[in-house]
Ligand binder design. Structure first.
Ligand SMILES: Cc1cc2nc3c(=O)[nH]c(=O)nc-3n(C[C@H](O)[C@H](O)[C@H](O)COP(=O)(O)OP(=O)(O)OC[C@H]3O[C@@H](n4cnc5c(N)ncnc54)[C@H](O)[C@@H]3O)c2cc1C
Length: 812
């Protein structure tokens, strides 16, 4: 007889570092939880991980998660009385170029904001921390005092012990073999019997896709991932390292990362551990003749040192001492990669009460924070920090297996690459192209990807440099800059047309449809014939999402939202869905063209039977170029304008007509510059669960007379006043505009952060949207912003549009 419990609140499938951390955090939240591990704990990727624990990240959310992990690891051994080998050695990240140093400077600034002591180092100072280093070709470095290495197996065991102490049950050698649903509960099948539970977590590491398949009958999708092979090798003892350690009171060398050459080098005992992320990398288990084995517990791939040759030579030139140690041991293990290299942590798309905490490429340094975040999703339904960067719903159904492989190869081979705002990663293009694609291409479109959709970012002219290299800059200038300026000028002075393919369109229908949507938003819904912006708070009054609502009747409402919000906002709208009300995704059936600028009425008039005198926010059915359309008088560019929503196949005829009538094609980069001048917020930049509606300055979208989620929290905040508030700043920027999450200061005190920045071509200066301390929001307040290592003066202008402040142009 098995003593497996028949019932628990949460089942976690997978006992690596991440599953153990999830169990630890869920149990500490007071919930019953059972972790199932098919072999021994750590049998997946965890046992062979190098155990490096950086805090560095250029993502605010990931940095938060890693910072939390390191805080936890420092105290965990004592807390659970399980000694661990955890060496906090610090690390040095080498920079070879101005752009890399700028990237470091940005991370230092973000890190300081999060309370960490990241610091920049001059080349001349490097040898004092790492005497064996060749420095002649370096531009500088970043020092992270919190970096180090931990024994991954001990970490997992310590987390498991902590979980058990808090009441969790850990079942080893007990594979989950499938799932089913019964009476609203999950039934998890195992050879030892079934366990029923409310919620289930897929923490199966590189097996996550296989486990994910079980959830398809319940609304799931194929988990977007591929399994890469990742190697590091350990040298034998190097006498000079032993001597250095003994002469320095047994210090350990800091971990070295040569990110431009793409490897790390760490002291391991008295030898070195070299771990490259090689360009010529390899995915495993991706072809029918190389199937993923049923069980790969505690196994490795065969050594493949040839792939690492270039990196070994480069590292030997950097630290010649490396050549003195013979190769001791090579580790080549499976490591799962999502297309962007970030893990999947959060709700499983489309499946109720199921969650993911899987596909970790840095699961040792992230497991602590990941467990906290996952436990919050499971036990509270929302997270302390906005975690969209790792939310599984950021991928929708364009991620077929080949896409995942191509992207995993690209991402792994560029693991340490810089992510420039103008650059587009080229692998796996054209997942979703609109009927306009060829026309856009012919007009010079340089495409970006939005939820898999190809949209023009800017339009190149003959002779423009459209190489990838030309986009490798944080600066404003580049071949795209004069074109963005021209596109903005056309929208300001004449008219532009932007193809916004891939807008998410969710139709809510049925008796009670309007009441259902009304109950989810704090905003007043518009009447039929009008479009209105509605905000959806979470239970804490924070900004979950924003959608445009277009009701046809009380039983039929169309909600239009950001392309990338497709699966997230579907979840929002299906929350508590009453019987008889349906939510249908119509995104792929339609296209949208924004025609905007002072001449847009004159351009559209001969092409349409619509009444173009109808006011701002009006909606009408009409024809344009003979095609049936829904015409909405709105413009995210902040000029007179209309969104033309049409059947996907009709978009080319409409495009031809409006461009033929003189509207100039413009792209998403210009749109971003234009919207920032109008203080129009963008989802998951300016609008996120890091901020409440009141902090976001969205008071006028709150109808206090009705019930809505998070109302009590917002009422309380209204009584005391929000501590930080949205503001628009004029920035005396240098060559670069303000990046996301740039730190804002008054003197040496950090007082807020930027959520967006761009050059405002209509107002003629650099603009930042920001969240700053409420007492500093008065217009005229002088502040400073950290922009890639430079402190630039910034002046608060207010909390509304700085172009056409009275909205006369949009209402003309
Ligand atoms: C060579 C190498 C070096 C690395 N170095 C580092 C590093 O220095 N720092 C770092 O942060 N990361 C590193 N990583 C990555 C790290 O190993 C992983 O990100 C991390 O181990 C992932 O942990 P996990 O718990 O998500 O997955 P895993 O450790 O793979 O755990 C998943 C578990 O699920 C179990 N399982 C699967 N299916 C089932 C089922 N049906 N029922 C029950 N159990 C199941 C498996 O047996 C496994 O134990 C390295 C990886 C490699 C390959």
């Amino acid at each position: 007889m098995s003593d497996l419990p028949s019932h628990t609140r949460v089942v976690i499938i997978g006992g690596g570092a991440v599953g153990a951390s999830c169990a630890y955090h869920i149990a500490k939240a007071g919930w019953d939880v059972v972790l199932l591990e098919k072999n021994e704990l750590t049998a997946g990727s965890t046992w062979h991980a190098a155990g490096n624990c950086p805090s560095f990240s250029t993502s605010w959310a990931v940095m938060n998660m890693q910072r939390y992990s390191l805080d936890l690891y420092r105290r965990l051994a004592d807390e659970v009385d399980y000694p661990m080998n955890y060496h906090v050695t610090g690390s040095i990240r080498l920079g070879h170029s101005r752009e890399r140093i700028q990237e470091f400077e940005r991370a230092v600034s973000m890190g300081r904001y999060q309370g960490m002591d990241l610091e920049m180092m001059q080349v001349g100072d490097l040898k004092s921390r790492y005497p064996f280093l060749e420095t002649h070709d370096l531009a500088g470095a970043l020092y992270d005092p919190d970096d180090g290495d931990i024994d991954p197996a001990q970490l997992t065991q310590a987390l498991a012990k902590g979980a058990r102490m808090a009441g969790a049950r850990i079942e080893r050698f007990c594979p989950a073999t499938g799932v089913s649903r019964d009476k609203g509960e999950w039934v998890i099948h195992t050879p030892k019997g079934d366990i029923r539970c409310e919620k289930v977590v897929n923490a199966a590491g590189y097996y996550a896709q296989r486990v994910g398949e079980w959830f398809k009958p319940f609304g799931g999708r194929t988990v977007p991932m591929a399994v890469m092979s990742h190697q590091y090798f350990l040298t034998e003892e190097i006498p000079a390292i032993r001597e250095w350690c003994e002469s320095t009171g047994n210090r350990k060398l800091p971990l070295l990362r040569d990110v431009d050459s793409s490897y790390y080098l760490r002291q391991e005992k008295y030898g070195l551990n070299l771990g490259p992320y090689e360009r010529n990398c390899k995915a495993h288990w991706v072809t029918p003749d190389d199937p993923m084995p049923e069980d790969f517990s505690f196994q490795l791939y065969p050594d493949d040192l040839e792939r690492l040759e270039w990196y070994i030579e480069d590292a030997m030139a950097r630290v010649p001492l490396l050549g003195e140690g013979g190769v001791g041991r090579n580790i080549n293990g499976p490591i799962p990669y999502a297309p962007d290299g970030l893990p999947l942590i959060g709700p499983m798309p489309g499946v109720p009460n199921a969650f993911e905490a899987c596909v970790f490429t840095f699961g040792i340094t992230q497991s602590g924070g990941a467990g906290k975040v996952l436990a919050e999703w499971v036990t509270e339904g929302c997270t302390e920090w906005d975690m969209w960067a790792v939310d599984p719903r950021r991928y929708t159904d364009y991620t077929d297996p080949q896409y995942c492989i191509d992207k995993a190869l690209e991402t792994y081979g560029h693991e340490y690459a810089m992510h420039f705002p103008w650059h587009r990663w080229p692998a796996a293009p054209d997942r979703r192209t609109s009927a306009l694609h060829d026309r856009l291409k012919a007009a010079g479109a340089q495409f970006g990807v939005y939820n898999g959709w190809e949209r023009a970012n800017w339009f190149a002219q003959p002779g423009d440099d459209t190489s990838e290299e030309a986009t490798h800059t944080w600066d404003r200038s580049g071949p795209f800059q004069p074109r963005i300026e021209e596109e903005c000028a056309a929208v300001r002075d004449h008219a532009g047309v932007l193809a916004i393919s891939g807008f998410t369109r969710l139709r809510v229908q049925g008796p009670g449809a309007r009441a259902h949507v009304d109950g989810l938003t704090c905003s007043r819904l518009p009447k039929p014939g009008r479009v209105g912006l509605a905000y959806f708070p979470d239970t804490r009054g924070r900004i979950l999402t924003e959608m445009s609502v277009i009701p046809s009747s009380d039983e039929d409402l169309l909600l239009i939202t950001a392309a990338v919000a497709q699966w997230h906002d579907r979840d929002v709208l299906t929350t508590g869905l009453p019987e008889g009300v349906t939510v249908t995704d119509e995104s792929a059936d339609f296209d949208c063209l924004l025609v905007t600028g002072p001449q847009s009425r004159a351009i559209l008039a001969p092409l349409t039977d619509a009444d173009l005198s109808l006011p701002w926010l009006s909606v009408q059915q009409a024809t344009v170029a003979g095609k049936p359309v829904t015409l909405m008088r709105v413009s995210f560019a902040g000029e007179l304008g209309w969104e033309i929503h049409c059947a996907a196949a009709d978009a080319p005829a409409i495009w031809d007509a409006v461009t033929g009538a003189g509207a100039k094609p413009f792209g998403m980069f210009a749109l971003n510059a234009l919207r920032v001048e109008k203080a129009y917020r963008a989802w998951k930049g300016d609008l996120s669960t890091d901020y409440t509606l009141l902090q976001g300055g969205l008071d006028r979208f709150i109808d206090w007379s009705k019930p809505f989620p998070g109302k009590a929290a917002l009422e309380q905040e209204r009584a005391t006043g929000p501590t930080k508030r949205f503001a628009v700043l004029r920035v005396e920027a240098g060559p670069a505009d303000t990046p996301y999450m740039a730190t804002i200061r008054q003197g040496d005190t950090i007082v807020g952060e930027a959520t967006a920045g761009a050059w405002g071509y209509r107002v003629g200066h650099s603009v930042a949207l920001a969240m700053i301390r409420t007492d500093l929001t008065a217009p005229g307040t002088e502040l400073e912003i950290d922009i890639f290592g430079e402190r630039r003066p910034a002046t608060v202008l207010g909390d509304g549009p700085i172009w056409d402040a009275q909205n006369e142009r949009i209402k003309a």
